[in-house]
Design a protein around this ligand. Structure first.
Ligand code: AMP
Length: 289
């Protein structure tokens, strides 16, 4: 595995392997099994696997955790190497943004809900950095976790509306044994919060069960999921929403593929989770575009 720190070096490396298929896994590092599951899939489907590790300041709001986002380059380098990454791109902020950006993307579809509403500008920052990465790496395929389902939907829009010749692969959320979605931010949780956080996935499974049992009314499902969360944890609910997926429209009745998505605030961590379901309540955990 080669560690690459500049765009020029990355371009030189890629020039040497022009005729190879490239799978690209963008991350913010502090790698866990969720990230590595994306590498596994990329490894199986491409000749070269490129991973980026970059905590992108553009996608953090002024009161968010950019400065204290967990970072551990030594751990990440070992984990990436073991998982089979060929080129590990770790640029600094100065490399990615040598001067203040004179142009930014604005994502207008699917951002008036969920994290788009709670984190204004977040997906604009995501789209901007991914556009840069897609131009630098020029991958054939790119791999994302459906844990960040709204991000997946936004990346789908970015790729299709800006004509990137890249296939988008969305993969299942990797969870701890007790169901909590793996996340770099889980390290912020106190012991008590960590125990309580199992309520998130359980509440999503409750939503699934309601749909499986024939409940069609989205309001009543949202209400029950919220109640379940409030009864199981002191965390403050940011949102519980039930929307069409991947279109992310508000719906009254479950007649198409949907997402139940939640975000809660613990003292130092904001956690998100979701479940994507067919109208009959069957879980969808992989999407290829
Ligand atoms: P992040 O480093 O949090 O920006 O995540 C980088 C990529 O890993 C994104 O595509 C995430 O959706 C994905 N990812 C994060 N957590 C998980 C997880 N628990 N399971 C699967 N994919 C994940």
């Amino acid at each position: 595995m080669k560690i690459i720190r500049t765009i020029k070096e990355m371009k030189e490396q890629l020039n040497n392997i022009k005729d190879h298929s490239i799978g690209f896994v963008p991350t913010m590092g502090y790698l866990h099994e969720g990230h590595l599951s994306l590498v596994n899939q990329a490894r199986a489907e491409n000749e070269i696997v490129v991973m980026s590790i970059f905590v992108n300041p553009l996608q953090f709001g002024p009161n968010e955790d950019f400065e204290r986002y967990p970072r551990d380059e030594e751990h990440d380098t070992n984990a990436a190497k073991e998982a089979g990454v060929d080129l590990l791109f770790i640029p600094t902020v100065d490399i990615m943004y040598p001067e203040e950006m004179g142009i930014e993307l604005k994502v207008s579809k699917g951002t008036n809900v969920l994290c788009g509403r709670s984190r204004p500008g977040h997906f604009d920052g995501v789209a901007t950095v991914l556009t840069k990465f897609f131009h630098i790496v020029e991958p054939d395929k790119t791999y994302f976790g459906l844990k960040d389902a709204q991000q997946f939907s936004v990346v789908n829009t970015l790729i299709s509306h800006l004509d990137f010749p890249i296939q988008l692969v969305g993969l299942p959320t990797v969870r701890e044994e007790d169901g909590l979605a793996k996340s770099s931010r889980n390290v912020y949780l106190s012991e008590k919060e960590r125990e309580e956080a199992t309520v998130l996935y359980k509440s999503l499974k409750l939503g699934q069960q309601l749909i499986e049992n024939g409940t069609k009314n989205s309001e009543s499902i949202i209400k029950k999921v919220k109640e379940y969360i409030s009864n199981g944890t002191d965390a403050k609910i940011d949102y519980v929403e039930l929307l069409s997926y991947p279109t992310l429209n508000e719906i009254d009745s479950i007649d198409e593929q949907v997402i139940i998505a939640i975000a809660v605030h613990y003292k130092k961590a904001r956690l998100i989770d979701n479940i994507i379901l067919s109208p009959e309540g069957q879980q969808i955990d992989t999407i290829t575009k």
